[in-house]
Design a protein around this ligand. Sequence first.
Ligand SMILES: NC(=O)c1ccc[n+]([C@@H]2O[C@H](COP(=O)([O-])OP(=O)(O)OC[C@H]3O[C@@H](n4cnc5c(N)ncnc54)[C@H](OP(=O)(O)O)[C@@H]3O)[C@@H](O)[C@H]2O)c1
Length: 238
Amino acid sequence: MNQTALITGGAKRVGKAVAEHLAQQGWNVIIHYNRSAEDAITLVQDLASKYPKQLFSSITANLANSHEVTSLIPNIVEKRGPFDLLVNNASMFNKGDFSATSEQLFDSQVNVNFKAPFFLMRDFAKACKKGNIINFVDTRITNNKADYAAYSLSKKALWEATKMAAVEFAPAIRANAIAPGVTLAPADKDEKYLQELAQNIPMKKPGGTEPILKSIDYILENDHLTGQLLFADGGENL
Ligand SMILES: NC(=O)c1ccc[n+]([C@@H]2O[C@H](COP(=O)([O-])OP(=O)(O)OC[C@H]3O[C@@H](n4cnc5c(N)ncnc54)[C@H](OP(=O)(O)O)[C@@H]3O)[C@@H](O)[C@H]2O)c1
């Protein structure tokens, strides 16, 4: 039987690339979305017509809302049983250095980027009992630049939680993280902005989604790997 993955924020950008990649490898995919209902439905339809023997569905939840977070996995498991892979990809990325961070900005980043993945990991372990967790962090966790203070702290915390989950949930569940760097331009910036940013990293070009997808393959294929962080960042962390 095909394995099933839940991808948070899977309707667009990196999450969509992960969904397409896993589908191509024979996975059933559950696309979680918040605002991108249309993109999620279109993606499910496209994947279903391309891979008719696999199952694709979408589910919505606002991961800033703790009730919606804690009902997400129980709802899925009640409908279709345990699944095999949780990809915590959904994220908020909002600017604000330490002194400019309001409580509202802090809560938005921490709730979506750290608190939600924490409880989704807890619920995945409880309801699914075995499988894999892959958390998206950011190469920024290796530095102390404060321009996105709350965002960076939320991702640092998620990396720490990944290691803790790896210890507690082993050997039935492996938990690993991927740290992208210059990957895709934010919605309000263009490709030129990304190319300019990339001039500051060792590999001098944006990674796109390819290094991330290869990191996912490496994690899934290596059944002794847990609690590890793969940098898909062209050397930026160095
Ligand atoms: N892109 C990069 O260059 C880069 C660099 C470093 C790290 N990363 C990390 O890699 C991952 C993917 O990056 P990305 O750029 O593709 O992410 P993104 O476009 O910024 O966000 C992915 C999805 O997160 C979902 N999301 C945001 N707030 C939510 C909420 N309150 N409830 C539920 N879902 C919510 C959105 O879903 P809806 O559209 O459905 O609302 C969005 O499409 C992220 O974890 C990011 O931090 C990316």
